[in-house]
Design a protein around this ligand. Structure first.
Ligand code: DGL
Length: 275
């Protein structure tokens, strides 16, 4: 393959559902010239309540699908799959680079509040592995970390119920479970790519003075750095392409995915695939 053809290959982005579109959006804003291909494994969502063995199996199959299309970089835009399967997917894709979202999310929080107290909202699987705790403690040994599994927030985001009294009550309940008088929160980390859709609700309930951070922008910055240092940034003047693949529910994907991406999608924009 020529150098030009390699640069034309898309960046592959994958999540269990539409949540990873928050990361895809940040990549598209940082690198508008890049071709992109997104896969949402909507048939098997949620990943967050599954065993590590199942999550690895699903992530390997989703990665294989993107690998078969030809990609120059894989972004695992799912904290759960990043926490559980990053090393396996790196082996599978070698020598194509693979980026997870946990490390960039932890970096964003630590940079915003060095030595701070961080509350991580994530799925059961991500919390079960202590993925953020380990990443934050590596970056900032002074930091304090609490992790709270918030499985219902995935459903709220997938349903598009991101504000209003129901979202409010559920977020309030999770925050009350996580915080007590011994832990004053400096930052809330949205440790699941579905949660940025609930950012306003979470911010409002957390109150002023609490930073709410996610991994989307930091991940996009790492993508840019990786491609630039490898000399693989696309330089063509032709408009970039975006392909959206899902394993089920194209109509729902279009409806909710449009909210994540910030532009409306039609059912026909989504290609259904089998893994
Ligand atoms: N978006 C996934 C994440 O970032 C979670 C959704 C799920 O449970 O499948 O962890």
């Amino acid at each position: 393959m020529t150098d030009h053809d390699y640069k034309e290959l898309p960046i592959g982005v994958f999540d269990s559902g539409v949540g990873g579109l928050t990361v895809l959006k940040a990549i598209r804003e940082a690198l508008p010239q890049e071709n992109l291909i997104y896969l949402g494994d909507t048939a098997r969502l949620p990943y967050g309540t599954k065993s590590p063995a199942s999550i690895v199996r699903y992530a390997v199959q989703a990665t294989k699908k993107l690998q078969d299309q030809g990609i120059k970089l894989l972004v695992i835009a799912c904290n759960t799959a990043s926490a559980v399967a990053l090393d396996v997917l790196r082996d599978q894709m070698h020598p194509v680079p693979v980026l997870g979202v946990v490390e960039p999310g932890a970096t964003a929080a630590v940079n915003a509040r060095p030595g701070g107290s961080h509350l991580v909202l994530a799925t059961e699987a991500t919390v079960g592995l202590g993925a953020y705790r380990k990443a934050i403690e590596r970056l900032d040994p002074e930091a304090k970390v609490r992790e709270q599994a918030c499985e219902l927030l995935v459903s709220l985001a997938e349903e598009g119920w991101t504000n209003g009294s129901i979202a409010d009550a559920i977020v309030r309940r999770y925050l009350a479970e996580a915080v007590d008088s011994e832990f004053t929160v400096d930052s809330i980390i949205l440790g699941c790519t579905h949660f940025p859709l609930l950012r306003d609700t979470i911010s409002c309930i957390a109150g002023e003075g609490v930073d709410v951070v996610d991994s989307a922008i930091t991940t996009a910055a790492v993508v840019e750095k990786l491609l630039a240092s490898a000399g693989h940034l696309r330089s063509s003047d032709e408009a970039a392409t975006l392909r959206l693949l899902a394993t089920d529910g194209a109509t729902r994907f279009a409806r909710v995915g449009g909210q994540f991406l910030g532009n409306s999608l039609q059912t026909s924009d989504i290609q259904l695939v089998d893994l």
